[in-house]
Each structure stands twice: as C-alpha cells, then as structure tokens.
Write a new protein. Structure first.
Length: 201
C-alpha cells in the first residue's frame, strides 16, 4: 500500500474553502480532513471535533509544550495548530490528508514535508470577498475590515503555493481541487512502484 499525500490548503477568510473541502470530501473517500485545534471561541454553526478541536488558551499551550502539534501559529489573537498523531497515522494508512491552515503554518509544514501539495484558494475579487464576509453575519465591521487587510497580506504568499484555485463558481472550484489531487496521485514520485510491479511480472 502506497503512503498518502499531504495536501495543504490556505485561503483568506470568506473564500469558501470550508465548502470546497466539504464537497471534495463527499466525492473522494480516500481524502481525510485533519481537524485543526484552535483557542478561538466556537461559533453558533460549528461543532467541536468537526469544525475544530476547540481548546482554551491554557489547553492549547499545554499541547505546544507536550509536542502534540505538527505546526501552530497565532492568528488574529488566537492560536491555530495541527494535531500531529492523526496526520501521521492517516498518511501511513494510505489516506490523502488535507490540512487547512493559514500561510505561516503552511510554510512551516512545507519545511517538514517538502513534497506536500500546496493549494491556495482565491476570491474572484476583493469586492466579492467583502460581500461574502458581510453575508456571513458572524463579525462586526471592524473585524471584517481587519480580515480584508489580512487577506491582502496573505495574498502576497500565494506565489509560494503549487496551485491556485479561484472560487467563483463553487462546482468548478471543487472540480479543480479534485483534479489537482488526481494529478498529484499520478506523479511518478508517488506511484513509481507501479513500474517495478510491472517489470517483476
């Protein structure tokens, strides 16, 4: 059994990355979504252990001290990080693991896993991003302005990623995401053992 691939996904808040990943996971049963941990407050539409592993700041800092995180960072005043064990177990089991993390964390993962596949999801425009953030109705005007400013800064890191997907039409964005996964699985570096199998006949 071949080892799974690690897929790092980043996007500014409001770009629809959660919806894209949700639909991609429903269409490809070999994908495993690694649930991140965070110290931020849970939102009304979220579920602990599904949306995030919600921790207090003290609990999160204990995870850091105990070496339980693959990477972590502080973003907009809250900790975000990737629990290590589930990722390692799923990759070994042949699952393709998705990490949804911000740009600093993505850079840290790239250093540890140079062969990981990095995907950045873009909004069609900043005007549309502003509209989507207002439509969510979860944040006040000041927070939305801060998120737009952060999005502009995050975009400067997008060139470091392997693939860019524009989430204009959702269905196409999901198709594009799954096409990237399929292409990565066909790379010689990933499935080169097929050659040895054929030659051994």
């Amino acid at each position: 059994m071949s080892k799974g691939i690690l897929i790092v996904v980043s996007a500014p808040a409001g770009c629809g990355k959660d919806t894209i990943l949700e639909q991609a996971l429903s269409r490809n049963d070999n994908l495993f979504y690694s649930v991140s941990a965070t110290s931020r407050a849970i939102r009304p539409n979220e579920t602990d252990g599904v949306s995030y592993h919600f921790k207090t700041r003290e609990q999160f800092e204990d995870m850091i001290k105990n070496g339980e995180l693959l990477e972590y960072t502080e973003y907009c005043g809250n900790y975000y990080g990737t629990p290590k064990k589930a990722v390692e177990d799923m990759l070994s089991a042949g699952k393709d693991v998705i990490l949804k993390i911000e740009v600093e964390g993505a850079g840290n993962v790239k250093k540890m896993f140079p062969d990981c596949t990095m995907i950045f999801i873009l909004p069609p425009s900043f005007g549309e991003l502003d509209r989507r953030l207002h439509k969510r109705g979860t944040e006040d005007e000041e927070t939305i302005k801060r998120r737009i400013a952060t999005a502009r800064e995050e975009l400067t890191y997008a060139r470091n990623y392997d693939y860019l997907i524009v989430n204009g039409a959702l269905e196409k964005a999901v198709d594009d995401f799954l096409s990237v996964v399929d292409a990565e699985k066909m790379k010689t570096a990933v499935c080169g053992s097929l050659i040895d199998t054929l030659l051994s006949e």
